[in-house]
Design a protein around this ligand. Structure first.
Ligand SMILES: Cc1cc2nc3c(=O)[nH]c(=O)nc-3n(C[C@H](O)[C@H](O)[C@H](O)COP(=O)(O)O)c2cc1C
Length: 379
């Protein structure tokens, strides 16, 4: 059990999505308006479908906050599904044709359901709205201690970004202004063109994105057990985002083809590191360098062009029927990925520093910083 425990509930055509998190210290400033930016970023993005034009995600804080501050009890967050009003009184015929690339087939066998919709509605990435809401709380906690996160899209289909070196505030500014959340204007144009082309072809696209966390102190996570390693926890959290099929920490897969002397980040006097190919973790512990995690998302499984499947009510060969869908959701997934990284880091931070009130956490953190001050100074 971690210091922070979080769960989500909700089906995409049900009344709402819910996120619950236990373990947030008391005294953290938090208001409903704080959630608006990240939820809007998750909903936006070039390539998204009609559903996101219906929803206007807003968080209602149901518990855990009084007078704008957390009180130490579980935080429950609710996001209404506006689309519910369009579905609740409808007679909806059951689905029997699984969409390849979705949970439909395996989920219906596992849960003994003949209507695949009952699987699809929980497997839907609509659930990630609740994760993003939970991530806002995590980011708020981290920012109290100078830890900041950002995310940006690196590629969509065959279109790649080549962003310059940017500070996190510079990156956020560029990303917020880009419909594909890309920090490089040329990459932005190429990515939008790639999405337009895929839409014209009746197809879909995936891509890659990066999450960066700066100001993370050395010492989060641990080398002592497999399930306490920070890199493992980050990879699991990132891989849990629907559609993510690959995760890299730091230079990731590239290092497998390079000799050790060109990979490992040398240590200079003062414990500075001229490079950060390790992506901020060594031995499963944060090492004081920025955390850098990248993820690869597969193309959206629902395509306008039908693909082969089987009608599970008859066993006969058939083709998929197009359901309203995104053509590309990599920009939205980058927001979800950033939320997951924030949740993992907030959990690891509270595991190390504890505290039932944020000022207790601060005292513990400052005591630790003083103990390593000779070697690591927070910038
Ligand atoms: C933000 C976001 C939006 C998504 N939108 C869609 C969509 O509109 N249509 C679709 O078929 N899949 C969409 N996906 C991907 C599916 O949810 C995902 O591929 C599916 O649940 C199967 O999970 P898996 O790919 O991890 O195996 C989206 C994923 C994310 C993260």
């Amino acid at each position: 059990m971690g210091a922070l425990r979080y769960l989500t509930a909700g089906e995409s055509h049900g009344p709402c999505e819910v996120g619950i998190v236990d373990g947030v210290p008391a005294g953290l400033p938090l208001a409903e308006a704080d959630f608006a930016h990240d939820l809007a970023q998750r909903q936006a993005g070039y390539g998204r479908g009609a559903r996101m034009q219906i929803e206007r995600d807003q968080v209602q804080i149901l518990s855990g906050v009084v007078n704008g501050r957390t009180i130490g009890s579980p935080l429950a967050l609710r996001i209404d599904n506006r689309d519910w009003a369009n579905w609740r009184d409808r007679e909806v015929p059951p689905w029997s044709v699984p969409r390849p690339g979705h949970a439909d087939l395996a989920g219906s066998l596992k849960y003994a359901q003949t209507d695949l919709r009952l699987i699809a509605e929980r497997a839907s990435a609509r659930e990630t709205a609740a994760r993003v809401a939970l991530g806002v709380g995590a980011k708020r906690l981290l920012s109290q201690f100078g830890i900041e996160t950002a995310s940006h899209v690196l590629s969509i289909g065959g279109a790649f970004a080549n962003p310059p070196k940017l500070t996190l505030p510079q990156m956020r500014k560029r990303v917020d202004a880009s419909p594909v959340r890309c920090a490089d204007p040329q990459g932005d144009t190429a990515m939008r063109e790639a999405i337009d082309e895929a839409r014209t072809q009746g197809d879909s696209l995936g891509g890659t994105f990066e999450v960066i966390a700066e100001g993370v102190p050395p010492g989060l996570g641990s080398h002592v057990h497999w399930d306490r390693r920070l890199d493992g926890l980050l990879a699991q959290a990132m891989m849990s985002v629907p559609g993510i099929k690959g995760v890299e920490i730091g230079a990731g897969f590239v290092v497998a083809s390079q000799p050790g002397t060109q990979v490992h980040d040398e240590v200079l006097p003062g414990l500075t590191r001229p490079t950060n190919r390790a992506g901020g973790t060594e031995g499963g512990i944060s090492n004081g360098q920025p955390i850098v995690v990248r993820a690869a998302m597969k193309p959206i499984p629902t395509t306008i062009t039908p693909i082969r499947s089987v009608d599970m009510s008859t066993g006969a060969a058939t083709r998929t029927q197009y359901q309203r869908s995104d053509v590309c959701a990599v920009p939205a997934a980058s927001v979800v990925g950033e939320s997951m990284v924030a949740l993992v880091l907030a959990n690891a931070f509270l595991e190390k520093f504890g505290g039932d009130h944020i000022e207790e956490t601060r005292r513990n953190y400052e005591g630790y910083l003083a103990s390593i001050d000779k070697w690591w100074t927070k910038t």
